[in-house]
Every structure is written in structure tokens, then in C-alpha cells.
Design a protein around this ligand. Structure first.
Ligand SMILES: C[S@@+](CC[C@H](N)C(=O)[O-])C[C@H]1O[C@@H](n2cnc3c(N)ncnc32)[C@H](O)[C@@H]1O
Length: 256
């Protein structure tokens, strides 16, 4: 770990406060999520793991490191309109109290289906074998102890259940830069190689399938080289472009 998890979390909260509390996101990717965006995000995410939004009717889901909307908001909004409502969905995040306070946007709300837990993925307050699906998207490189989070995900998975994990990994051509990445990127306490993550997952899950590898620019169309030339914050734009060069998002389905 290049620097402390606590330091990264202070930055993470400042990042989301800028978007949701102060409404000062500087690019469309970093504007508050609307209900429509929540559904689109959930749809894109579950599809990358090989599912459709109607696959979770009656199921129990956990979203570890869900952030201010997670996939659970979009799943619930979709199911309210089209059916296939999950039985229960847990949003789990150590910054949950801050996310709940973004009331104006209200993308994460507790109700009969969604329960929000202010907790760390290393110590999930759910019983063994309680979830059909555990999602952990773009979060395991943010946590203090990634292996403990994967172990917890396995513990709460029902027999026959699955962990769907996405994570930024360093492109093989750039692995030499790994020890230097913390100089430009202090929001992530970890920068993984694909092999490291897959080895960890195979330690706890019987079947580990890489479903997709996605370029950062696919999710953030503003992270291009050209945008550096017009951006008001050029250094920030250059770092964003660099993230597209150096990183890929890996989508991995892990079955018990
Ligand atoms: C980049 S956000 C991802 C949010 C959401 N999953 C998504 O895909 O948009 C990373 C999240 O991981 C959370 N996180 C950091 N440390 C964690 C931990 N130890 N356990 C669980 N979540 C953690 C952060 O608070 C943050 O909300």
C-alpha cells in the first residue's frame, strides 16, 4: 500500500462532496446521478457480468463499496417499473452517512427492499450465506485489506451464489509504473495487476470468469487526449487521459 486508507477515504469523500453536496463536478461524468443514470449504470454493469436487469427478482443482493448510488438504486428503479424486484438489497459503505446526507439527490434511500449499512467490506454485518449475489464494483482497490473483503464476500454468498467484482487493473504494458502511480493517483490505496486480483479471487471461489476488460474512456468519454487542450484544469485532464492509457476495468464473475 502506497499511503493510508484513511487518507484515500478523505479524498474519496471530498470527491463525492464536490459532486453531490457542492454540485461542482467539472465534467458530465462527474455530475450527480439522476434516476435515469442510475438505471443506465446498473444495466451497463450487470450486462458486463453477463446478466440482465430482470435476473434478480426475489434475490438477495449486497453491494460492497456501493458509493452514493451503487447498482442497487438502478436495480430498484428498474424493477419498480418492469417487475423482477429483488427480495432485499444491502448497500455497504464506510462513507454511508455522508452519502445518506446527499438528500437533495436522494439516489440512495432506505425502504422495504434497500437497507443501507455504514460498514467496511472487511467486516460485513450480514450472516454467512445470506446473499445470492454480491456486487463490488470499482471498490476493492479503495479498501484497506482487499483479501479480507473478498473473504467476506465469499462468506456471505449462498451456496451457488456469485460475487461480481470489477476493478481497475494496470495494463500489462504499464506494470513497471505501478510503484509510481500513487504520485498521481491518491484516491486508490492499491493498484493491481490482473494476475494479482485473479489469484486472490481463485483462493476463495471455485469458478472465476473474466467477463470483460473495458477501457476507462468507454465509461468517461471526456478522458481523451484532445480534452486536455480545451479543459480549464489541464493537469487534471492530463491525469484523466493517463488513467485511460494505464488502466483497464476488469469485470470478473466468481461462483461458489
Ligand atoms: C469509486 S467508489 C465506487 C462506488 C460504486 N461501487 C461505483 O461503482 O460507482 C469506491 C467506494 O469504495 C468505498 N470503500 C472504501 N473503503 C472501503 C472498505 N474498506 N469497505 C467497503 N467500501 C469501501 C468508498 O467509500 C467508495 O464509496
Amino acid at each position: 500500500m502506497a499511503f493510508s486508507w484513511q487518507d484515500a477515504q478523505v479524498r474519496e469523500k471530498a470527491f463525492y462532496d464536490r459532486i453531490y453536496r457542492d454540485n461542482q463536478g467539472d465534467i458530465p461524468s462527474y455530475q450527480p446521478f439522476t434516476p435515469r443514470r442510475c438505471v443506465a449504470f446498473a444495466q451497463k454493469t450487470v450486462q458486463r457480468f453477463g446478466y440482465t436487469l430482470d435476473a434478480f427478482g426475489g434475490k438477495v443482493l449486497a453491494d460492497i463499496g456501493c458509493g452514493p448510488h451503487g447498482i442497487i438504486s438502478g436495480l430498484e428503479l428498474f424493477a419498480a417499473e418492469h417487475g423482477a424486484m429483488p427480495q432485499r438489497m444491502y448497500g455497504i459503505d464506510p462513507l454511508m452517512e455522508a452519502y445518506k446526507a446527499y438528500e437533495e439527490y436522494g439516489v440512495l434511500r432506505e425502504d422495504d427492499v434497500i437497507q443501507l449499512l455504514a460498514a467496511r467490506g472487511e467486516d460485513v454485518p450480514l450472516p454467512d450465506g445470506s446473499c445470492d449475489y454480491v456486487f463490488c464494483t470499482n471498490a476493492v482497490d479503495h479498501v484497506e485489506d482487499p483479501e479480507a473483503v473478498i473473504r467476506e464476500a465469499r462468506r456471505i454468498c449462498k451456496p451457488g451464489g456469485a460475487l461480481c467484482l470489477s476493478v481497475h487493473i494496470v495494463h500489462p504494458a504499464w506494470t513497471w509504473s505501478g510503484p509510481l502511480l500513487w504520485l498521481v493517483d491518491r484516491n486508490h490505496p492499491h493498484h493491481f495487476r490482473a494476475g494479482t486480483v485473479l489469484r486472490l479471487l481463485r483462493r476463495y471461489f471455485e469458478r472465476v470468469t473474466v467477463c470483460r476488460s473495458v477501457r476507462v474512456v468507454e465509461d468517461h468519454p471526456e478522458f481523451t487526449f484532445a480534452s486536455i487542450l480545451t479543459a480549464p484544469h489541464r493537469f487534471r485532464a492530463a491525469k484523466r487521459w493517463l488513467s485511460d492509457v494505464v488502466l483497464r476495468s476488469l469485470y470478473v464473475r466468481c461462483e461458489t
